[in-house]
Design a protein around this ligand. Structure first.
Ligand code: SF4
Length: 265
């Protein structure tokens, strides 16, 4: 390959990232097990559940979802409810005054064109068109849209939550300070379509168990040799160690991986 042209340089960098991602996924899978993807097909549940999960814990958002469905067992009934009624039903999720109108608008948009038709279109349309339609709804950003496309419909959209963002940056797959929407575009271009689900789940698992926000437990990490953050820190604190090879690390304990809700971060 002629590396003197910018295209060739980009292609070489891309190929390097692909190899690195393959190695990261193989190591994390050996540690946490292979994630199993159950595409559930329920776009309404995924969209509403993901809006509820924004800026709160899984426990609180799941409680709010149950309360919402008990109050409005019929989705069409929810579209006729007031902001106050919806906000009261989802209080445990927090930000209920913002989430209530967003949920009503999202549900109405999905029902108004004929729900089955819209779901079929979201499944079959070019990925960017489906993503743009979802992101045109109030309260729906790149992560929520990607959750719907990936978890409900099995499309190769990569949700980037706080764990995926942090771990990817430390590994050197995302540049520092990149915006959320640019991070989605950038990582999706690097991760092969067939690996999007396992990449998402395994990075969240690793971010929760080992590569924690405040104090990453690098001494337990199985991907130190692939991590820019770790190798920078090693070079800074032991400038001569590089010449004698990388430090050996103890792998984290293998734990089963749950798909979907546990992967929401
Ligand atoms: S080496 Fe440390 S910073 Fe890098 S991925 Fe592992 S835990 Fe995170």
């Amino acid at each position: 390959m002629n590396l003197s042209s910018p295209n060739a340089v980009n292609e070489a960098a891309h190929a390097e990232h692909h190899r690195k991602i393959e190695q990261i996924l193989a190591a994390l899978e050996a540690c946490y097990g292979r994630p199993v993807h159950h595409q559930h097909g329920d776009v309404l549940e995924e969209l509403v559940g993901t809006i509820l999960s924004q800026n709160t814990s899984d426990v609180n958002s799941e409680r709010a979802y149950r309360s919402l469905r008990q109050t409005f067992p019929d989705w069409r009934g929810l579209t006729r409810a007031s902001d106050d009624e919806i906000a009261e039903a989802i209080r445990s999720a927090g930000l209920s005054r913002q989430k209530a109108p967003a949920i009503r608008a999202a549900v109405a948009a999905l029902l108004d064109d004929g729900y089955e038709e819209r779901v079929r279109w979201l499944r079959e349309a070019p990925l960017e068109e489906a993503r743009a339609w979802l992101q045109s709804l109030p309260g729906v950003g790149p992560k929520t849209a990607a959750c719907v496309l990936l978890f409900a419909l099995g499309r190769p959209a990569l949700p980037i939550d706080t764990h995926v963002y942090r771990v990817s940056q430390r590994l050197g797959l995302l540049p520092p300070g990149i915006s959320a929407s640019a991070a989605h575009r950038s990582l999706e271009s690097l991760v092969p379509s067939e690996d999007v689900f396992r990449f998402h789940v395994l990075l969240i698992r690793h971010g929760r168990a080992v590569c924690r926000a405040r104090r990453p437990m690098c001494e337990r990490c199985v991907i130190t040799d692939l991590c820019d953050y770790y190798n920078r820190a090693q070079r800074a604190s032991h400038p001569t160690r590089e010449r004698h090879g990388a430090q050996q690390t103890q792998p984290a304990a293998r734990q089963p991986v749950d798909a979907h809700r546990s992967s929401q971060g």
